[in-house]
Design a protein around this ligand. Sequence first.
Ligand code: ATP
Length: 589
Amino acid sequence: MDYIIIAEAYGKIDGTTKRLEMTDYLVELLKKTPKEVISKVIYLTQGKLYPDFVGVEMGVAEKLAIRALMRATGNSENSIQAELQRRGDIGETAEKLLSKRKQSTFFTKPLTVQRVYETLDKLAKTSGSGAVDTKMGLFSGLLTDASPQEAKWLIRTVTGNLRIGIADMTVLDALAIAYGGGKEAREKIERAYNISSDLGRVASVVAEKGIEGIEQFQVRVGEPIRPMLAERLGVPEEILEKFGGKCLAEYKYDGERIQAHKNGDTVLLFSRRLENISDQYPDVMELIRIQIDAKDAILEAECVAIDLESGDMRPFQELMHRRRKYGIQTAITQYPVSLFTFDVLYVNGTDLTQKSLPQRRQTLERIIKQNIRLKPASQQLVKTSKQLEDFFEKAIEEGCEGLMCKSVGDDSVYQAGNRGWLWIKYKRDYKSEMSDTVDLVVVGAFHGRGKRAGAYGALLLATYNPEKDTFETVTKCGTGFTDKDLSQLYEMLQTHVIAHKNARVQSTLEADVWFEPAVVLEILGAEVTLSPIHMAAMDSIRKNSGMAIRFPRFTGKYRTDKSPQDATTSKEIVEMYKGQLKKIGELLP
Ligand code: ATP
């Protein structure tokens, strides 16, 4: 397959802001793709070479790309820089320069997807001394044989600037249409994705074996399962009602979620965002290796900083010292951690995700050798709101955030990749007004004035709507930022600037600058109100009204552990609004 087919499809996708059109173009591309290279095409379309959990990045800086461009076109650095200044985009610069190149077509070989992929793969895996020159040589080789249009997308790909907005959900829709016989197949394909986090593998299975292949799709140790998430409620009676009168209340530990994969003596650890964080926690790997009594297993736990002498839990901030690349051994002794396991998803060849929670818990207790460093999460079966409140107080006293209340019904399966009512979180904050924080995605910004000239004056923030896979604006926030935050945010957001509103962003406001949804910030608001301007949960409470957060303030917490799809959902904002109304109702005579 020639790379030009991909380049042409990117051009079309980039030219539309409509989700449906985008999906159609992707379907068109998939239909032209031979089965053998489908996984490569899927990764490339998302600007990657592998699924995220593999952790391979192309890591080509703009400077290096410019050197490759110099070699491939014969232009001087100054003239390339001047063109870049004019266009403001490295891809378009490459396209322009290559179109002016006098080239003998006798010696160029057409670029195939295979060759592009293999070269980029080699480039990504080159390290050590002389790596920069090797990378430059590899990349300029591709540029030499590229057409202007191909060069534009190649250079955007290697510098991490593809930005055509193909989200996971769009890929799933396109796969269902192209290979599953229609949109109805989407659910099954999504399940395969949720248990493997690997869109490339899912694509090649559905392309080669169809929906029957997808139905046979298996959990594999080493491939992270997308985490199950919880809804939230602030009233114990309502929680119990949701569960039909009884539920399992578990401590909600305040630490970092870890999904541990054990295969014999090999252990891998994944973060909530499914990044491989094994190197950060050699001590945790050792715990899993020694204290999990199973040949292979996948389990989930909250990793919490702990005082080893008293066994007391330490605050979340202490665990943050463990997020580092260097000095890991010192950090292990300075900031020891314990693991509180709360689920098991796979043991000795058996997928447990479709088993009920009580069955999974039984297995969990059977395979862990407990001590102060590794324990199952504290839990209690509760049937009254008094029991729930009492257990909640106990959890808080011991340093937890609150409770995770979980269904114990026959249908209490592990809903990979979903936020649903089988788990409900109950935190202290929900008991007062809207003093709970939300995690919002930065989708746009407004220029600053006066003291903030040159930085952003306010950010346009959005919630996530998983049903529609859209980001819906919910507030404009300009408070809570220190000077350091302002410059740091500016830097962070620069790499995500896009020319027009992202197709998945719903907004009636016109921002000065638009971003692809990427950065998630923790925000504290005063209350949730109905809003004619903001788009969050539009029409769900009242026709033509969305929801807004009033008096938002940045708490200082960058939620780098969350992807934009992990942000607070529009539905959660509706629940918060209803919770508020209830509170007001209680206060009225
Ligand atoms: P928050 O922003 O409130 O921390 P979240 O959005 O990261 O939550 P939720 O699904 O809303 O994710 O809350 C569940 C999180 O709570 C899990 O991701 C996990 O890290 C943590 N947690 C702590 N104890 C438990 C437990 N016993 N069971 C499940 N999750 C737990």
